[in-house]
Every structure is written in structure tokens, then in C-alpha cells.
Design a protein around this ligand. Structure first.
Ligand code: PMP
Length: 302
């Protein structure tokens, strides 16, 4: 596996990169990040929707009121610079903006500075055809998603992941693959690192982004649905709607499209990836690997 890191305005070897253990972001989770995939295409390796990811990173920083000292153009240049260190075609890029409180341990650090780090690593987690067919077994977390007044869920902020990680680890201990969270009204929001869709009578449904991340894959699915002539609706729905769905799938940059074939011990349909999930997943693969000519503007050479 290859990996490279950009820190303090230069490319360093993985182990050379160091941040003080009592760093402010490390203590309090104040930081924002992105996850971007690079795919092999017929005309070179390309990052999928990197402009959208960079835009979201800047918006996340704005929401947390972090001051960014560089431009979007510079970030893209630095990502390309880092990619020169990696020869593989399938790569995961993780830019992160973190804060440094200059050694101050308390909450009230006076001089908070923001810094950019970027990691690029060989991608090595793709699901096999068989795993896709089997799908995921998920549960609803006993942890409730906070109300929109309790945090900023549109920001991809480091600290937002605390409940997600706790719940995900609990689900792993129970031998299941992932968790979803409901909000204070019992409406389904999202999974630990993905948005959720379900299919009923050939129509797609997904939750709003009131208490979920505005997923970049989620928006891609809307476009794919249009092209496939499928209708979709954004609405509030409950766990029961999932239990009685014809198909369920999770979507995210890392996960891509994964069927959910069991939820809270209820089997979905025949317990295998559904037909529409399979079709959408196939279209998504074509889009990210440059096989669909109409989506070239979503792909950037890196
Ligand atoms: N929700 C959460 C909590 C996530 O971590 C992710 C992954 N970034 C998503 C949804 C899906 O977002 P995207 O499609 O932009 O990767």
C-alpha cells in the first residue's frame, strides 16, 4: 500500500508527519475533513467530484467559523502535488483542516490557528460482487441523532463522528455491519458514514439533510435516477418504512452503493441485493470510472 502526506505546506513521508498530542483538534474534535476517491479511467486516473468535495470542505470550515488561509485552487494544486507520490490508480484522498491552540489545554485557547493536512493512500477496500449481492446487515442505533439545534450536521466536522464511531463499534461487537440513526421525532437520518435510500414500488426515497450530511453520492444518485427514468422523493420516514421496503441501500464516497439486506433482524425482500440497487450501483461504477461520457465534468485528472 502506498501512502503520502502533505503537512506544513510540503509533502513528507508518512511517518515524518507529526502533530503535538495535546493539539486542540485532537482534544476537542474541532476540525473538518473530506474523503475523495480517485478511479482508474480510460484516459488516466481521475478524482470523482473533487470540486464538490473542496466546496464542501470550505463550507464545513465556514460553518465552524474556522479561518482558511488558502484558496480552493491552491488546495487542488496541493492534492495534485501529493498525488505525484502515488503511482496507484485507485486512491483515497483525505484533506483535513485542524486547529492548533499553541499548547493551551483548556477550551478557551486564545490563538487558534488552522492548518491543512492531506493524506493520499491506495484504495483497498472495494466490496466484491458476492459481498454486494449479500448486502449489509444493519441495526438502528440506540443513540439518537441530535436535533439540528444541537450541532452542525451539514459540516463534515471531526467531532460529529463521536456518536457514529461509538454506535458503529457497538454494532460491530454485535456482529452486524453498520448502524443508522433516528432523530428526536423517530425519523431516519443517515448511517455512520453514508446516506440511506429505500425503494418502494419502484420509487426511491431518502431522508432530508436537516440532520444528515448533504452527501455528494446522494446527489449523484438523484442524477442517476433521472437518467434511469426513476422518480425519487426526499421525505421524513420511519424505521417501519425501511422494514417494509422492497430494497434499501446506503450511499457514500467510500462505500459507494451497498444494499442493506437485513435491518433490525428483519430480512428485506429475498435477503439479497435488489434489482434497482444493482442497476444504480452499475451506473455509479460507470460514472466514476469515466465510462459514461455525459459525466466527464465530474472527473478531474490528478
Ligand atoms: N453521512 C455521513 C455521516 C458520512 O460520513 C458520509 C461520508 N462522507 C456520508 C453521509 C456520505 O457522504 P458522501 O456521499 O459525500 O461521501
Amino acid at each position: 500500500m502506498e501512502r503520502a502526506i502533505f503537512i506544513n505546506s510540503e509533502v513528507k513521508s508518512w511517518h515524518e508527519a507529526a502533530i503535538h498530542p495535546f493539539n486542540f483538534s485532537m482534544m476537542y474534535g474541532v476540525g473538518v475533513f473530506e474523503g475523495i476517491r480517485v478511479y482508474k479511467t480510460t484516459d488516466g486516473r481521475k478524482a470523482f467530484k473533487i470540486i464538490e468535495h473542496i466546496d464542501r470542505l470550505f463550507e464545513s470550515a465556514k460553518i465552524l467559523n474556522l479561518k482558511i488561509e488558502f484558496t480552493k485552487k491552491k488546495l487542488l494544486e496541493n492534492i495534485k502535488l501529493l498525488m505525484n507520490e502515488i503511482s496507484s490508480d485507485n486512491v483515497y484522498i483525505r484533506p483535513m483542516i485542524y486547529c492548533d491552540g499553541d499548547g493551551f489545554l483548556g477550551l478557551r485557547a486564545k490563538t487558534l490557528t488552522t492548518h491543512l493536512v492531506i493524506a493520499a493512500i491506495t484504495w483497498q477496500y472495494s466490496a466484491s460482487k458476492e459481498q454486494k449481492k449479500q448486502g449489509l446487515n444493519i441495526i438502528t442505533s440506540h443513540l439518537q441523532k441530535g436535533s439540528p439545534n444541537s450541532g452542525y450536521f451539514s459540516a463534515k466536522a471531526n467531532g460529529n463522528y463521536l456518536p457514529n464511531i461509538i454506535a458503529l463499534q457497538e454494532s460491530k461487537n454485535l456482529g452486524v455491519d453498520d448502524v443508522i440513526f433516528c432523530d428526536q421525532n423517530g425519523f431516519v437520518t443517515e448511517a455512520s458514514g453514508a446516506n440511506i435510500f429505500f425503494v418502494k414500488n419502484k420509487k426511491l426515497f431518502t431522508s432530508s439533510t436537516v440532520a444528515s450530511l448533504n452527501g455528494i453520492t446522494r446527489t449523484t444518485i438523484f442524477k442517476i435516477a433521472d437518467v434511469l427514468g426513476l422518480t425519487y422523493e426526499v421525505l421524513d420516514f420511519k424505521k417501519e418504512d425501511l422494514y417494509c421496503a422492497d430494497e434499501i441501500f446506503l450511499v457514500g464516497t467510500a462505500m459507494e452503493i451497498m444494499a442493506v439486506t437485513q435491518i433490525d433482524q428483519r430480512k428485506i425482500s429475498n435477503g439479497y441485493q435488489g434489482e434497482l440497487t444493482k442497476e444504480i450501483s452499475k451506473q455509479y461504477e460507470n460514472v466514476v470510472s469515466g465510462k459514461s461520457p455525459q459525466y466527464q465534468e465530474w472527473l478531474t485528472l490528478v
